[in-house]
Ligand binder design. Structure first.
Ligand SMILES: CCCCCCCCCCC/C=C/C(=O)SCCNC(=O)CCNC(=O)[C@H](O)C(C)(C)COP(=O)(O)OP(=O)(O)OC[C@H]1O[C@@H](n2cnc3c(N)ncnc32)[C@H](O)[C@@H]1OP(=O)(O)O
Ligand code: NDP
Length: 283
């Protein structure tokens, strides 16, 4: 972790009042589970979904963080502590939410992350931590949701927040492996679960200013705006609106898709999560 940790991204007040293209009743009466719901992107999703009429179930490992956001949202949110890497905790989460609300309409998997390191130096423990969080944890959540929807004959929508995998993003190979797994899995179950009226999509953010960036050095963070031709970072609100698009009726004919929201970063730009090596400076 960098010494110069800073608060980055939009504040809750800014997120809560940011103009949106969506009508206020877009998600009226829906119940949405958002993992990582008190994180930088997750809280933007939670705030927007609640604003558009949903009850949002915030999931993470830190009760205090979840409670603070839930308190702000009043009866539009509830907080549930669960480690997504623990399949029994995930099953208990879904049992509790279904028991409380009698339905779930949408699952957004925003819990995740990685640490920057050259792949050649990954320890077994570090590799496993990233794969277990981002691939296994996401899968436990997807499967638990789908089993509930199948048993209740209830339609559902899943949105998995991933990372852009089409580019050799330097220093996060473990995460690229895990997220490629999630994208492949989403495409596969989009077909298997279509008969169950369950849609499964991904959103791949580019550089989005959040506190999650504190795992990177200040030098690396300062260069992220150059990761795309817009020459700036995006905001968590951009990702939240993409999630609404896929989760709401606007996405009713979309499944198995990955929506990239990266300011064109796939086309032009440089991203060095561990700093730019001399080799790539051409000198
Ligand atoms: C194509 C164009 C696209 C443009 C893209 C633009 C730029 C994008 C910028 C980068 C992309 C991604 C950004 C983000 O995702 S930001 C926000 C996400 N949030 C985080 O990443 C949060 C921080 N990360 C973590 O919490 C952890 O990394 C982890 C997810 C793994 C947490 O798991 P766990 O709690 O189990 O981990 P531990 O801390 O206990 O560590 C377990 C072992 O992992 C190794 N490790 C952990 N940290 C480091 C480190 N900094 N360096 C080296 N190794 C590390 C280590 O082996 C740990 O075990 P030990 O502690 O026993 O040594
Ligand atoms: N910000 C960016 O530039 C980009 C982000 N992404 C991805 O988007 C997602 C959200 O990122 P962002 O909001 O920025 O990151 P944050 O670090 O701010 O949020 C991640 C959240 O995930 C939760 N979480 C982590 N591990 C677990 C776990 N095992 N069980 C339950 N919850 C967990 C954390 O909560 P707690 O620790 O309290 O449990 C935290 O609130 C991540 O997958 C990230 O990798 C992808 C590309 C770019």
């Amino acid at each position: 972790m960098d010494e110069q940790q800073t608060k980055v991204g939009l504040s809750d007040d800014e997120l809560a009042t940011h103009p949106t293209v969506y009508a206020a009743d877009t998600l009226k009466d829906q119940v949405a589970i958002v993992s990582g719901g008190a994180g930088g992107i997750g809280r933007a999703i939670a705030l927007l979904f609640a604003r558009l009429g949903a009850h949002v179930v915030l999931v993470g490992r830190d009760q205090a963080k979840l409670d603070a956001l839930a308190a702000r949202l009043g009866d539009k949110a509830s907080a549930h502590v669960a480690d997504i890497r623990d399949p029994d905790a995930v099953k208990a989460l879904f049992a509790a939410v279904w028991g409380e609300h009698g339905r779930v309409d949408c699952l957004v998997n925003s819990a995740g992350g990685q640490f920057p390191q050259a792949a050649i130096d990954f320890s077994v423990k570090g590799w496993n931590a990233v794969i277990d969080t981002n691939l296994n944890g996401t899968w436990y959540m997807m499967q638990a949701a789908a089993q509930r929807w199948r048993d209740a004959k209830h339609p559902g929508a899943i949105v998995n927040i991933v990372v852009v995998t089409t580019h050799g993003l330097y220093g996060i190979a473990h995460s690229i492996a895990a997220r490629s797994g999630v994208i492949g899995l989403s495409r596969a179950v989009a077909v298997e679960w279509a008969p169950l009226d369950i849609r499964v999509n991904c959103v791949a953010p580019g550089a989005i200013e959040t506190e999650g960036w504190n795992v990177y050095t200040s030098e690396a963070r300062a260069a992220y705006p150059r990761s795309n031709p817009m020459m700036r970072a995006g905001s968590a609100f951009d990702i939240a609106e993409a999630c609404v698009y896929l989760a709401a009726p606007s996405g009713k004919f979309i499944t198995g898709e990955t929506l990239t929201v990266d300011g064109g970063g796939q086309l032009w730009g440089e991203t060095w999560t561990t700093g730019k090596p001399d080799y790539f400076r051409g000198g």
